[in-house]
Design a protein. Structure first.
Length: 338
């Protein structure tokens, strides 16, 4: 039975090299190796052999089966590769995976509003300056006419890192730092983070402020009013009215709060403006001569004004929000609107 086995292998291999197509190969496998295939039938006849012949014939039969399985699998793989190559030549098929784009981020609304504010004052010739957020008590309070243990400090309760270092309560310390370094004329805008011990729907322990100031010869309250009037018209629109109210800040004298006509109800009165028709947007005033003494400026020669506004407050008015906390909740549905 050894010779018939060898002939069977030769015939199967010869037929394999003549077929074409995966279906024909599968038919050939079924013909020789299937449940009713020729090799299977041959193995079933081994029971008729003498016992001493069975090991030799069985070993050869297994070898023939292994050879045929390997040959047909190799042929199938080559056939698949050939068909794939033919398709690539005849069909326009893009076999590459599509790219995986990175999600595009955007500027936070607070950043957008800050940049818009700075841009307006840039057109007026203001230069941008920045300073440390962990500030010396001297620059944050004393040099701005907040004496130690003075009740005025209660308005700006803050976080102390040490007895002499605080998280700044405003960006006004940059005013003193700039005046220490340079002589007038100065025209500076100072955006940045500030910190106070406040937390409610309209106040946050961390917030953003823009401080601006001018120091030069013969700077008057009229210059302050004209500068802020220009800002309000550029930011809120040319028809928005503005008013000044007397106020108090230790580092300005006289001092004034600045209100604008309510942008929600156009002055008719609504819950946002508490039925008054006006909204407070910033504090301002003429720089107190006492501040000039800390930086060795002669108040008889120089004068100046300063103002400070909360960016969150301006942004809330711009988009009609009544809760400051939504800016920091990382809610993408909210942030992606802007």
């Amino acid at each position: 039975m050894l010779e018939p086995l060898k002939r069977l292998e030769e015939e199967a291999l010869a037929e394999l090299h003549q077929v074409r197509g995966e279906a024909a190969v599968q038919a050939l496998i079924h013909k020789y190796l299937g449940r009713k295939g020729r090799l299977t039938h041959f193995l079933r006849e081994m029971g008729k052999l003498f016992p001493e012949e069975r090991p030799v014939v069985g070993q050869l039969a297994n070898q023939v089966k292994s050879n045929l399985e390997k040959a047909t699998q190799d042929f199938l793989e080559k056939e698949r590769q050939r068909q794939k190559a033919e398709r690539l030549l005849t069909e326009e098929v893009d076999i590459s995976l599509p790219g995986r784009p990175f999600p595009r981020g955007g500027k936070h609304l607070i950043t957008q509003v800050t940049e818009e504010i700075v841009s307006i004052f840039d057109h007026l010739g203001f230069e941008v300056s920045e300073g440390p957020e962990a500030e010396l008590d001297y620059y944050n309070f004393e040099a701005l006419n907040f004496p130690k243990d003075h009740p005025a400090r209660d308005m700006q309760d803050t976080f102390y890192i040490s007895p002499n270092i605080v998280l700044r309560t405003h960006t006004s310390p940059i005013q003193v730092r700039m005046m220490e370094k340079r002589k007038p004329p100065l025209r500076v805008i100072a955006p940045g983070k500030a910190y106070r011990h406040d937390s409610d729907p309209t106040h946050s322990p961390m917030f953003h402020q823009v401080e601006g100031f001018i120091v030069d010869h013969q700077v008057t309250f009229a210059d302050l009013k004209g500068t802020l009037h220009y800002f309000v018209q550029q930011f809120f629109g040319p028809d928005v009215q503005m008013r000044f109210r007397p106020s108090f800040f230790p580092f300005t004298e006289p001092s004034a709060e600045v209100d604008i006509q309510c942008v929600i109800c156009q002055g008719a009165g609504c819950p946002v403006c508490k039925k008054s028709g006006w909204l407070e947007i910033l504090g301002s005033g003429m720089i107190d001569p006492e501040v000039f003494h800390f930086v060795n400026y002669d108040p008889e020669v120089y004068s100046g004004f300063a103002f400070g506004l909360g960016v969150e407050r301006i942004a809330m008015l711009q988009v009609g929000l009544n809760d400051i906390r939504v800016f920091y909740e990382n809610n993408l549905q909210f942030l992606q609107q802007f």
